[in-house]
Design a protein around this ligand. Structure first.
Ligand SMILES: CC(C)(COP(=O)(O)OP(=O)(O)OC[C@H]1O[C@@H](n2cnc3c(N)ncnc32)[C@H](O)[C@@H]1OP(=O)(O)O)[C@@H](O)C(=O)NCCC(=O)NCCS
Length: 405
């Protein structure tokens, strides 16, 4: 039953997601955020002063540290929101932009905000190398450069690279390297088909990024840059990364730059503004488990969301599970299918129907909002229904959202 208290998404937009060597790698993540924050309100005619709360996910602090700190506050002011607008920078790893949405939902539910925005922004290729200890000087010995992008796995504090945990746990669930490569190929093929059908054209989830140049014309980026043609043989030849038994450059997402923003309010407020909801938010939940089990956390979080909404996985017309690696959707759909072979296949068929992060790219802080909007736009194309989006984040955190169109 629809209610005026329901919280609805009225606008959702993202930049294209870049390649590692893209012109976008020069654009600070704060500036990418400013672009989507302006666009997400202007598309629906909401004025900056009408937005009460902006939560902003970003999880490679070394990159935004080039502009110092509080990227949420900086972007809020740079994008023309009033000085009084509340903002918060959040780091829940790849879950961050859905955590940002969950915080906004709670703010509306408690009456602290009427209109809220969730933002996610990251520029992984722009991450600088660090020189620890230089401030104190180096009397003797070599100066060490640290690459905090390398291995993406919290190894400095004794944790294992995510690719190792994901690969090993996948094998424990009977999800082989071959299956992961097949999923990766499917991700590229599904994206290519969806792209050819115009599903990733500017105006829906995508906006163009215009990068002025010192000389000559600006560079305009109007499509995701990472999708590539591949085949089973090429994928099978790639060597595993970071000591993982199964994860390769082919069945992992590339490191990208990109930003996403989602604007939401109560249905009553949307009606008052004459706005047509893109989707109704049914529930948002978060979870965490043992770091090693990161490939299973999307399934656990989906179960928690379904329980909270009193719905079943079969009620979901579509599923999005972020392809942190191919292992995640495969392991998680297998768990959700209770290891039933036919059910597992059925769930795979409705998961990431337009491809996922392996093809699109994965600017970590922006991806959770990306899968949410990809789900909403596709449900709308298909005439509606329930959909669920889930994402895993560093050291096995999870975030999920059920929406209805
Ligand atoms: C996997 C990773 C290390 C690759 O980085 P990279 O070496 O800069 O990536 P490249 O695109 O150059 O790919 C490496 C090689 O694989 C090849 N390759 C990549 N994808 C391929 C595909 N789908 N089919 C065939 N070959 C492919 C490239 O052509 C390249 O080959 P080359 O060395 O002969 O030129 C990096 O993207 C990464 O760490 N990704 C994971 C990010 C991550 O962990 N995110 C968070 C998850 S929680």
């Amino acid at each position: 039953m629809m209610s005026k208290e329901d919280i609805v998404i009225v606008s959702a937009v993202r930049t294209p997601f870049s390649r590692f060597d893209s012109a976008m790698s020069e654009v600070p993540s704060i500036d990418l955020a400013v672009m989507v924050m302006k666009e997400v309100i202007s598309r629906v005619g909401i004025r900056p002063e009408e937005v009460n709360e902006i939560n902003y996910g970003s999880c490679i602090p070394a990159e935004y540290a080039l502009e110092f700190d509080i990227p949420a506050r900086q972007a809020t002011l740079l994008a023309g929101f009033p000085d009084e607008c509340i903002s918060l920078t959040m780091d829940r790893a790849c879950c961050s932009s859905l955590a940002a949405l969950r915080m906004g939902v709670r703010a509306i539910q408690t009456g602290d905000a009427e209109i809220a925005m969730a933002v996610g922004s990251e520029n992984m290729p722009r991450t600088p190398h660090l020189v620890p200890g230089l401030r104190q000087g180096k009397r003797l010995g070599h100066i060490k450069l640290v690459d905090c992008l390398f291995e993406l796995g919290y190894t400095a504090k004794g944790f294992t690279p995510v690719a190792v945990d994901a690969g090993e746990v996948a094998l424990k669930y009977g999800v082989t390297r071959e299956m992961q490569d097949t999923w990766a190929l499917g991700s590229q093929e599904r994206y290519a088909k969806a792209f050819a059908e115009g599903k990733f054209k500017i105006g829906e989830e995508l906006m163009s990024v215009v990068i002025p140049q010192k000389k000559g014309n600006s560079i305009v980026i109007d499509k995701d840059e990472s999708p590539r043609k591949t085949n089973t043989e090429a994928l099978s030849k790639l060597k595993p990364i970071y000591g993982s038994p199964t994860v390769t450059a082919g069945n992992a997402p590339p490191m990208s730059a990109g930003a996403s923003a989602i604007l939401f309010m109560t249905r009553g407020k949307a009606e008052q503004k004459g706005l047509k909801p893109l989707a109704t938010i049914i529930v948002t939940v978060c979870s965490a488990t043992s770091p090693r089990d990161i490939a299973t956390i999307p399934a656990m979080t989906i179960r928690k969301a379904l329980e909270k909404a009193r719905l079943k996985i079969d009620d979901m017309a579509l599923i999005e599970i972020n392809e942190a690696f191919a292992a995640m959707p495969l392991v998680s759909t297998k768990i959700l299918a209770n290891e039933n072979k036919k059910k597992w296949k059925d769930l795979q068929d409705k998961t990431n129907v337009n491809g996922g992060a392996i093809a699109i790219g994965h600017p970590v802080g922006a991806s959770a909002a990306r899968i949410t909007m990809t789900l909403a736009y596709e449900l709308r194309r298909r005439g509606g229904g329930y959909g669920i989006a889930a994402i895993c984040g560093g050291l096995a955190q999870g975030e999920a959202i059920i929406i209805k169109v």
